[in-house]
Unconditional design. Structure first.
Length: 297
């Protein structure tokens, strides 16, 4: 499922690259990365009769992979916030019809701050609260660890729910503005100089709204579960002590961590939202024409 989700997400990725939608490109890249690594892990550390205690320890591969997992989770949430924010800005009457280079650079920097800045922050800060190299679970594969000391909260745990709230705020703002300006909706889109048609706007908003509805309660649930455990005083020597390199192996009994399923579902949602529209069908026809098969359809 994760392998197929990786493949089908490449179709909307190609479409958004053609349209230069930075936030959507980042979202698809993060989801695709997450799914591809989940697929790889299931191949390496899964299967009938698999024994996690005698399997490859994943050194170097897992060290890199867990950082990507942490960055991808934050990147998905941040990219959704950037998409919703851009849609809310499009529906604002304050948008300039002609954007200067400076305005375009500022908007790009704001998108990248949400889509890449937060993942880089969490990927970097994770080392300071990383009590062991990583966990190794059957089927799930490599999994990051986060310490039980208070710096884990401001450095890592608090950011997903905060950004999810930001996403929900902008999604609500889009709904309010669409309702308020519903009579002028098409005119606002044309004058916004965003390159969005009504269909593209609706598809982006449906995608962001679905992911907000999923992410908002989920991030708060995970945050609550992490808070509802014993906390200890932070100690660098304790976090990075002599046992730091020990890799704990855990049998899964065919149970996969729930976060892996969320990214799999997101990949299919991407395809159904963007891979089945008229713009995507035109792109498919162009591909067929390029290889000489279009005339047969």
């Amino acid at each position: 499922l994760s392998g197929l989700s990786t493949l089908v997400a490449l179709i909307p990725l190609a479409w958004h690259i053609r349209n230069g939608n930075t936030a959507a490109i980042c979202l698809i890249v993060w989801i695709t990365l997450f799914n591809f690594l989940s697929f790889s892990n299931a191949i390496i550390w899964g299967g009938s009769g698999f024994d996690i205690y005698t399997a490859w320890d994943g050194k170097i591969f897992c060290d890199i992979e867990i950082k990507i997992f942490i960055a991808s989770g934050a990147g998905m949430v941040g990219s959704v916030a950037a998409i919703a924010r851009n849609l809310a800005r499009v529906m604002s009457h304050k948008v300039s019809v002609i954007k200067t280079k400076r305005a375009r650079r500022r908007e790009l920097a704001q998108d990248l701050l949400l889509c890449l800045g937060l993942p880089i922050w969490m990927m970097t800060m994770h080392y300071f609260v990383q009590p062991s190299r990583y966990l190794l679970l059957a089927t799930t594969g490599c999994a990051p660890t986060i310490g039980d000391s208070w710096p884990s909260i401001p450095l890592i745990l608090v950011w997903p729910p905060i950004i999810s709230l930001v996403s929900a705020y902008y999604a609500g703002l889009v709904l309010a503005r669409v309702h308020r300006y519903r009579q002028q909706f098409a005119d606002i889109l044309r004058s916004s100089n965003s390159g969005l048609t009504t269909s593209r706007f609706v598809r982006l908003f449906v995608l962001s709204l679905v992911l907000v509805v999923v992410n908002l309660p989920l991030t708060f649930y995970v945050f609550y579960r992490n808070l509802n455990r014993p906390w200890i005083i932070y100690n660098w020597d304790l976090v990075h002590g002599n046992d730091w390199s020990y890799i704990l192996r855990i049998p899964s009994y065919d149970v996969v961590q729930f976060d892996r399923w969320i990214s799999v579902g997101a990949g299919y949602i991407l395809f159904f939202v963007f891979g089945m529209g008229s713009d995507a069908l035109k792109m498919y026809r162009g591909w067929l024409d390029a290889i000489g098969l279009g005339k047969h359809l």
